[in-house]
Write a protein of this length. Structure first.
Length: 470
């Protein structure tokens, strides 16, 4: 048996003996919700009491840094330097979760306790992101042990505690700590696989711009019988403004919000990718979105304009009155090449040209889109490593359909970025009954161990100088 095969056997036994389960249970029990106002003591405690000891035991030097944006959770930078002349891999995760939504979990489940029912391991953070960074760090520990403490490369771990609220301070910290975070490659674990049974690699993420359309027509509501027909209804105006931007089948009608044509390389990568089909997946609509594209192209390779919420009047108790104001919270999900920085002016110009000059437009949040070149040598290296470890052909996505702070790593730190997710589309992240699938976690642990092993194989990994130095 080769040393690599022995590593995978020992790693599988470690999982089967319950070590991963016990570690994850302890971490899920930490209430590190950040989206209801950061609980700084809990966030700091997770890093200092849970993650630091585990990493220090592997030879890391750990530093918990205050968030550059006051009032937000801290960040952990941990470094394991075998030799400054060796290449360095950076890995990332986040210790915060969304609020527990305790009362909405079904009977027998609660967010802050790991509950196992068959292959489903329930608890807040099991899928997003405690389960995932626990897999990554456990795999690294297995490789360090298998190689008797010497990897042949350096490792930096960056763990934040504010990803669920937009990663405040992450960009600023990476700019301030650029030297400490200098690396040659990012390998990180977040997001879902395309299907539970298909190992997946994605190379970046779609971006997102949230924006609000608002129209206040007058100071108060007026009786719909006495004034209907002579007073403009802001709800109707907003609805028609939206309809001028995206049609009844979800096709974007504003040229300035469209991406460039899908490249041949992206089309090839997505040719065999199927969307949905899992037991808990919704049924997709074959007629929704840009015509002429496959479902994978519409989801991963194109832009979508969504209405996230709308309100006018009092939906919980309607009255016979013309509302005085209407608001729609909208979002553009977009791929690289989109003019996303110009969204407010593009939408403003479109609304003016279509007779909706009174509708206000305000951008409220924006995350850039990123995508590693599919021809980058790290891509084939990662796919081949995963294939060797789990005897499956992994799915390659040019980018995740959702958004992640990947621009921090690709743009600020200048790294090639490989994301290897260990959850699946129906994991209920951000919702009640969030769960991790044990077979996916076990397989994820093996393929991550294989990746960390192969990074240290002399001449096997495409480091900048094409060597793995020992």
């Amino acid at each position: 048996m080769s040393a690599r095969a022995r590593l995978l056997t020992d790693t599988a036994r470690w999982f089967d003996d319950g070590h991963f389960q016990r570690t994850l249970a302890r971490r899920v029990a930490c209430n590190t919700a950040s989206d209801a106002g950061p609980a700084l003591e809990a966030l700091e405690g997770y890093l200092a009491q849970e993650i630091n000891p585990a990493l220090e035991g592997l030879g890391f030097t750990c530093t918990v840094l205050p968030n550059p944006v006051a009032g937000n959770g801290p960040l952990l930078v941990a470094r394991r330097i075998e030799d400054p002349s060796l290449p360095t891999v950076l890995t990332y995760g986040h210790g915060d979760v969304v609020n527990g939504q305790d009362a909405q979990w079904r009977d027998g489940l609660q967010p802050w306790a790991l509950t196992i029912e068959g292959d489903r391991w329930y608890g807040r953070g099991t899928a997003d992101n405690k389960g995932q960074h626990t897999i990554s760090l456990a795999a690294l520990a297995q490789v360090i042990q298998a190689r008797q403490g010497r990897l042949g490369y350096n490792v930096t771990v960056l763990l934040e505690t504010g990803e669920e609220v937009g990663s405040p301070g992450l960009r600023e910290l990476c700019m301030q700590e650029r030297e400490r975070l200098r690396a040659d490659l990012l390998i990180a674990c977040d997001g879902p696989r395309v299907h539970a049974d298909k190992p997946t690699v994605f190379l970046g993420s779609r971006g997102g711009v949230n924006f609000t359309l608002r129209l206040q027509s007058r100071a108060r509501a007026y009786h719909s019988g006495n004034w209907g027909g002579v007073l403009a209804n802001p709800a109707i105006v907003i609805s028609n403004a939206i309809a001028s931007m995206v049609d009844g089948r979800g096709r974007i009608r504003v040229p300035g919000l469209l991406p460039p044509p899908i490249s041949a390389a992206v089309r090839t990568a997505l040719a065999d990718v199927t969307i949905g089909g899992g037991d808990d997946d919704p049924v997709t609509d074959p007629l929704w979105g840009e015509p002429g594209l496959s479902e994978a192209e519409r989801l991963v390779g194109w832009n979508t304009l969504e209405v996230l919420a709308m309100v006018a009047g009092a939906p919980e108790r309607p009255i016979n009155a013309i509302p005085h104001t209407a608001v729609a919270h909208c979002q553009l999900r977009f791929v690289p090449g989109t003019r996303w920085k110009e969204l407010e002016s593009v939408v403003r110009s479109h609304l003016d040209d279509n007779g909706f000059g009174d509708v206000e437009v305000k951008v409220t949040m924006a995350v850039p889109a990123t995508r590693l070149d599919l021809a980058n040598p790290w891509v084939d290296w990662a796919l081949n490593s995963i294939r060797r470890s789990v005897d499956k052909t992994p799915t390659l996505l040019p980018n995740l359909a959702g958004s992640l702070p990947n621009d921090v790593f690709s743009d600020i730190l200048g790294l090639p970025t490989l994301w290897v997710p260990h959850s699946y589309p129906a994991c209920a992240q951000h919702a009640p009954n969030e769960h991790l699938l044990a077979p996916v976690a076990r397989e994820g642990l093996l393929l991550m161990a294989g990746l960390y092993w192969d990074l240290g194989e002399p001449g096997a990994a495409p480091w900048p100088d094409n060597t793995a130095r020992h």
